[in-house]
Ligand binder design. Structure first.
Ligand code: ATP
Ligand code: MG
Length: 650
């Protein structure tokens, strides 16, 4: 790769930061040397009804068992709401920014307390008990957060299903966790378009019934007021129900290891897994990472653009920020509606200090042109974050230069649904930054690189990313299938949590995620991560996005097949194709020379915005008869176009 530019910590980033480099190194050393002591101390950042006396009790071998703070009693909604009331009852807890820029709302901690208590009482009234599973299928409105918190208040386990999912996907998730209570809305609204959530729910319930899972109650929030189907006795209105119960509800005393929620992974690599998180360790870990990774300070306005349907929304819109008494912004809309300036207009409108989004959004906004950014002020920004996929250095530099005006540090946070919270990340006041690197592990996280035979790689190396010991926020099992948990994560490399991601460690001990291990290609005996070739393509000034896969090649073993999306207004031509080949050769070397380049007006992405390379691999192999599970695909139509224009037709 061309030379990596280091962005050193600026004095103004360090000035009031919670953690500087010395502190990072010191705490990190303590955290891995004596996890019991370290977490025993930091576990106290949340309130416990009964303090824990045991801290860590975990094993990555045999049946695999993970317990943190196991004899402590606490409650998540108590920690996210009640304990703040004395000091910040009238502070805004949630700023809601609607799809329509004229639509917004502020909810104080006092109000949040009342709404969550009422909803918890509604759940109780309908017989929902501790341990029951409640499915939440909602648009991005505050009621989605109330629903999650209401479940935690009474000890019910929520399963949030992203509002963009189809009736089939929703049904599959209802059946998998045998959920009999669903909370939804009449419709959602995104980019001006309604999404028929209630109608989808009705269909999903029918589908679920075929698998003998009967949903008894559907609680419906009125969002748009549109007409929907209605089943008497089963369906009830949220506004009627919450008006009929008391505004106070005592939080249930939960054991630290009681289940908190189930969340299905986004399905980039296959059938989604029902990841189970528990109460105490999870909350300690997400509140601590939220504070230190974003250098969150009292009074900051914090905005994470994810959907609550993803783990990022769970940990860094709802639980982490609220546990810290923050003001968290919840956005109903999309980045390019009404225009590609929307994010930055919202930043200015609400004076956002901390902004956290995904590479897919950054690349799309970069493709739309700088003018949309430059016409806004963005003066309030202090920290920028990214999560979800490897961020190409080109997109990173654009984010840094154009969005942050070179004044704001970027935290590239690597983590997974399974990890509960951020594992590898810079800290704004501590870490020198390298575009495209998630940099160093968070406290207590011990990454290790191993080769395919499991041999541990030391120093500068490239391999499979494992984590060798437990951290409090990690998943405890796959819901209802502990064997799958052990097999998926702990059997590839015995005694280690295997992430499924490939990774490189450089001479400074910085980690560079190179993509999924399945996406590593082997060209004439040279292993390379697809992320590297993609970044080279995106560094060409006409390219906004690229996806690279391997395909069988008679001579090289694997050939390099590239799908390329151009910047707005650029035209595709054979000359450009040649130019791109030359550009990649110059950036990486002849070995990475693309064999095939296909112009792609759109790429197949999961609903969370990640490129689904396994589908692109099939198309590149000219074997698209069996594309596998495509139920989590955002727009199935892009696949037809890619198939029609494939470069490897037999
Ligand atoms: P499935 O496990 O069902 O295939 P998924 O892995 O896409 O779905 P998530 O848990 O949402 O589901 O995503 C985690 C993955 O996202 C990581 O394993 C990694 O591949 C990628 N990822 C997340 N953040 C980063 C980042 N900062 N840099 C590089 N990759 C990232
Ligand atoms: Mg995954």
């Amino acid at each position: 790769m061309s030379d990596v530019k280091i962005h050193r910590v600026k004095p103004e980033w360090k000035k009031n930061a919670l953690i500087d480099n010395e502190t990072y190194l010191k705490w990190y050393a303590e955290s891995v040397k004596n996890p019991d002591k370290f977490w025993g101390k930091h576990g106290k950042r949340i309130d416990w009804f009964k303090p824990y006396t045991k801290v860590k009790n975990t094993s990555f071998t045999g049946k695999v068992s993970i317990k943190w703070f196991e004899d402590g009693l606490t409650n998540v909604s108590y920690n996210c709401i009640d304990r703040h009331l004395k000091k910040r009852g009238n502070q805004t807890a949630i700023i809601w920014e609607g799809d329509n820029p004229y639509d917004d709302r502020k909810v104080t901690y006092n109000e949040l307390h009342e709404y969550v208590c009422r909803l918890a009482n509604v759940l109780k009234k309908h017989g929902v008990k501790k341990g029951d599973r409640v499915t939440i299928y909602m648009p991005m409105i505050p009621e989605a957060a109330y629903a999650m918190l209401a479940c935690t208040r009474i000890g019910a386990i929520h399963s949030v299903v992203f509002g963009g999912f189809s009736p089939d996907s929703l049904a599959g998730r209802i059946v998998d966790c045998k959920s009999t209570f669903v909370i939804t809305a009449d419709e959602g609204l995104r980019g001006g378009k309604p999404i028929p959530l209630k109608d989808n729910t009705d269909k999903a319930i029918e589908i679920a019934a075929k698998s003998k899972v009967k949903v008894d109650k559907v609680l419906v929030v009125r969002r748009t007021g549109s007409k929907t189907g209605w089943v008497e006795g089963r369906d009830v209105w949220y506004h009627d129900e919450v008006a009929s119960v008391k505004p106070d509800c005592k939080p249930e005393k939960m054991k630290a290891e009681d289940p908190l929620f189930i969340l299905y992974t986004s399905g980039s690599t296959g059938k989604p897994k029902g990841v189970l998180h528990t109460t105490g360790g999870y909350l300690v870990y997400v509140s601590m990472t939220h504070q230190y990774v974003f250098d969150y300070r009292d009074g900051d306005i914090y905005w994470c653009t994810a959907d609550v349907g993803w783990v990022t929304g769970h940990s860094y819109i709802v639980y982490g920020p609220l546990a810290n008494g923050a003001t968290t912004l919840m956005f109903e809309g999309v980045p390019n509606y009404p225009s590609a300036s929307r994010f930055w207009e919202v930043v200015d409108k609400h004076k956002v200090n901390i902004f956290y989004t995904a590479p897919t959004a950054i690349r799309a906004l970069m493709g739309a042109g700088d003018s949309h950014v430059k016409k806004t002020s963005r003066k309030s920004l202090r920290v920028l974050g990214t999560v979800g996929e490897p961020i190409n250095p080109e997109a990173w530099e654009w984010y840094f230069k154009v969005v942050g005006d070179k004044k704001v540090p970027i935290v590239d946070t690597w983590w997974q649904t399974e990890t509960g919270g951020i594992l590898i990340t810079p800290l704004p006041g501590a870490s020198d930054l390298k575009a495209g690197s998630a940099t160093r592990p968070f406290f207590g996280v011990q990454p290790e690189l191993v080769d395919n035979e499991g041999k541990v790689l030391e120093g500068t190396a490239s391999g499979n990313l494992c984590i060798t010991d437990s951290w409090p926020g990690m998943m405890r099992t796959v819901y209802g299938d502990h064997d799958r948990f052990v097999k998926t994560y702990f059997s590839t490399y015995k005694g280690k949590y295997f992430t499924g991601d490939g990774c490189r460690r450089d001479q400074d001990g910085y980690y560079w995620i190179t993509g999924r291990v399945d996406d590593v290609i082997n060209v004439s005996g040279h292993r390379m991560g697809t992320a590297e070739v993609e970044s080279a393509l995106v560094s060409h000034d006409k390219v906004s996005e690229a996806a690279v896969v391997g395909y069988p090649h008679d001579i090289k073993g694997q050939g390099i097949y590239c799908y390329v999306t151009l910047m707005a207004g650029e035209q595709w031509s054979d000359d450009l194709r040649k130019d791109l080949v030359a550009h990649v050769r110059k950036e990486i070397g002849a070995i990475a020379s693309p064999d095939k380049i296909q112009f792609a007006p759109g790429l197949p992405k999961t609903r969370s915005g990640k490129i689904m390379r396994r589908i692109l691999r099939k198309i590149a192999e000219d074997d698209f008869g069996a594309l596998g599970d495509t139920s989590t695909l955002a727009d199935p139509h892009v696949v037809d176009d890619l198939i029609a224009n494939r470069q490897n037709k037999r």
